[in-house]
Design a protein around this ligand. Sequence first.
Ligand code: ATP
Ligand code: MG
Length: 211
Amino acid sequence: MTLALSKGRIFEETLPLLAAAGIEPVENPESSRKLIIATNRPDVRLVIVRASDTPTYVQYGAADLGIAGKDVLIEHGGAGLYQPVDLAIAKCRMSVAVPEHFDYAAAVQRGARIRVASKYINIARDHFAAKGMHIDLIKLYGSMELAPLVGLADAIVDLVSTGGTLRANKLREVEEIMQISSRLIVNQAALKVKRDLLQPVIEAFAGAVKS
Ligand code: ATP
Ligand code: MG
């Protein structure tokens, strides 16, 4: 059984869930450069992937299971993936933010065409379409907070947890789009073929989720 995880918060917050399923990684991916990490169970290994690549590995069956944020799952689309458990880890929210002095309400009111920068192009497009707003979208891969400060965009769509990064860059959250947490994802074909192996792990994860 192969489980795809990203380094950082998802790996850290998944460790207790793995422990509940009797799985202990033999190495820490933060200090090891290995991308395939063995566990105490000879039939279970972890593969370390970029957070936004997790659904791709599971969709193609290169990993049987994975853990990915709702942001990544919505942006990617859920084809071929079964999403049995909301793990309630890596919690944050997806929001619209603008410079402190930008009058967002007035821009919405007069139907202004605004420029929005985001890594989450699909989520941003759907959000503004639902509001009936016309926007120009600019795809970025990171450091979204910079875009409004240098005139690249009027607004950003990004993840927010404490709001500290927004405040440090004189930005203000003006709309929450959705609450985000990470989910267990499972390759649908693998679940049929390897049910005896996968089902107990899915159940152990579900049982270990803190509500
Ligand atoms: P990469 O660093 O590869 O570009 P990333 O920045 O999305 O990807 P992480 O920062 O590890 O990777 O985030 C992984 C997931 O954790 C995100 O998809 C999101 O669901 C969640 N997340 C991101 N930022 C926060 C945060 N500040 N607080 C809580 N959860 C977060
Ligand atoms: Mg990050």
